[in-house]
Design a protein around this ligand. Structure first.
Ligand code: NZQ
Ligand code: ZN
Length: 394
């Protein structure tokens, strides 16, 4: 077991109508002028944007707004947001949306704290942030977990690079989570979100070193809960309790809790996904399910005890005398069957992309560049392995 630092300072306000507390939460954090950042049409259509505005009005917090964040959020809008917020002397960022909006708000917040330094340099890992303006969020989709995470993922639309930057500085001060706000999501987004939530814990679970019994049990319970409720939501998207279960799981899955005592996690599936996202601009959770079966079959022999435990404790495989390899493979097959049941792709063809050999070289180069040439814990992947996994996922 490894030592760890666990820090999850985000104040969570969870339940129906909690978005009406947003204004007073900003005031509590010392904010005096806010930039409300949001995505496309969903926040206006559902009425959440209006309710948040009313709440800021009631608390006496003036604000400006900037919409237009797209999934795989773009650097161009981040730069626009920094300029706009500087012009209006904003001192608090409020994200109303999902991972894309929250990540874009985090990037703007970094830019505002250090206006004379380039923000993209952070994502290229050429420097460390020295500050980040305070931010809060009203979450409208259970998925990325950005509301409690240290990560922000931005795409440079000029170069096609999708890169992450991780820093404690960007943890939101508060996260408002009303599960009812997620009822308007299309099923595909709900399920892609559930897949992403699970992957954040699976990335921390399939490691070579230092697992902790308590962390494993928390992780396995979280994974079983998300699977069960994803299937409920596939049949009954208006089920509030199921919405609540996956929403809380999304935060706990990526705030560090399910990684305590391990070696920092594998995160190869996410790195392979980031390359795909940069090239094809498709839904994050669906890219993960399209790559995971190929990744799992490529690495399981190097991390067999973890795959066996996963098969038994999460996928319900019974140990009736098969050898470990058979148990592990049955666990992977059941995971794939689950993805199919919730309408998620299990390979790149089902995702709707068909990379040529040249594309595979581009994807591999991007992965290698983003990870300094190697990534993973279950099995350390080098560029040749990355290319093999992309090929096997076709
Ligand atoms: O733009 P609008 O109209 O709001 O539509 C959004 C978007 O099309 C829609 N949506 C959101 N809430 C809705 C809704 N539609 C109806 N009703 C609602 N209540 O859903 C679509 C997806 O939104 P997005 O914010 O992109 O989803 P998600 O939370 O999955 O975020 C994905 C992004 O987060 C990054 C991903 O790479 C991707 O860029 N990630 C961020 C992480 C982090 N910061 O910790 C970790 C993750 O691993 C991930 O990489
Ligand atoms: Zn993710």
């Amino acid at each position: 077991m490894f030592g760890f630092t666990y820090c999850a300072p985000t104040k969570v306000v969870f339940g129906r109508d909690t978005e009406l507390q947003t204004g007073s939460l900003i005031r509590e954090c010392g904010g005096t002028k806010a930039l409300i950042h949001y995505g496309g049409k969903s926040a206006a259509r559902s009425g959440v944007l209006d309710r948040v505005r009313q709440s800021l009005d009631a608390a006496g917090i003036p604000y400006i707004t900037l919409g237009g964040v797209v999934p795989n959020p773009r650097l161009g809008l981040v730069r626009q947001g920094i300029a706009l917020a500087q012009e209006h002397r904003v001192d608090f960022l409020l994200a109303v949306g999902g991972g894309s909006v929250i990540d874009s708000a985090k990037a703007i917040a970094y830019g505002l704290a250090e206006p004379d330094s380039g923000v993209w340099e952070l994502y290229l890992r050429q420097r460390q942030a020295k500050g980040c303006l305070p931010l809060g969020c009203v979450v409208t989709i259970a998925a990325a977990g950005s509301e409690m995470s240290i990560s922000s993922v931005i795409t440079n639309e000029d170069t096609g690079e999708k890169r992450s930057y991780n820093d404690q500085l960007s943890r939101p001060r508060f996260a408002v989570m009303n599960p009812a706000l997620t009822i308007t999501l299309p099923d595909y987004q709900t399920q892609a979100g559930c897949a992403d939530i699970m992957m954040h814990t699976m990335e921390r679970y399939f490691t070579q070193g230092g697992n902790m019994e308590l962390t494993d049990e928390l992780a396995e319970g979280l994974l079983r809960t998300v699977m069960k409720n994803a299937e409920i939501l596939h049949r009954d998207p208006t089920n509030y309790d199921a919405r609540a279960e996956v929403m809380w799981a999304s935060s706990l899955s990526h705030n560090g809790l399910t990684g305590c005592g391990n070696d920092g996690g594998d995160f190869a599936a996410h790195m392979l996904e980031h390359a795909l996202g940069g090239l094809y601009d498709v839904t994050h959770g669906a890219e993960l399910t399209a790559i995971w079966p190929a990744w799992a079959r490529y690495v399981y022999r190097d991390c067999l005890p973890r795959f066996v435990r996963y098969a038994i404790k999460v996928m319900g495989v019974e140990d009736v005398g098969q050898d470990d390899e058979q148990i592990a493979l049955e666990g992977i097959a059941r995971m794939e069957a689950f993805y199919r049941r919730i309408g998620m792709p299990t390979n790149l063809r089902e995702l709707g992309v068909n990379p040529s050999e040249e594309d595979i070289q581009t994807l591999t180069q991007e992965c290698a560049a983003a990870s300094n040439g190697k990534k993973g814990s279950a099995k350390v992947l080098f560029p040749e392995d990355m290319a093999n996994i992309f090929r096997q996922a076709r």
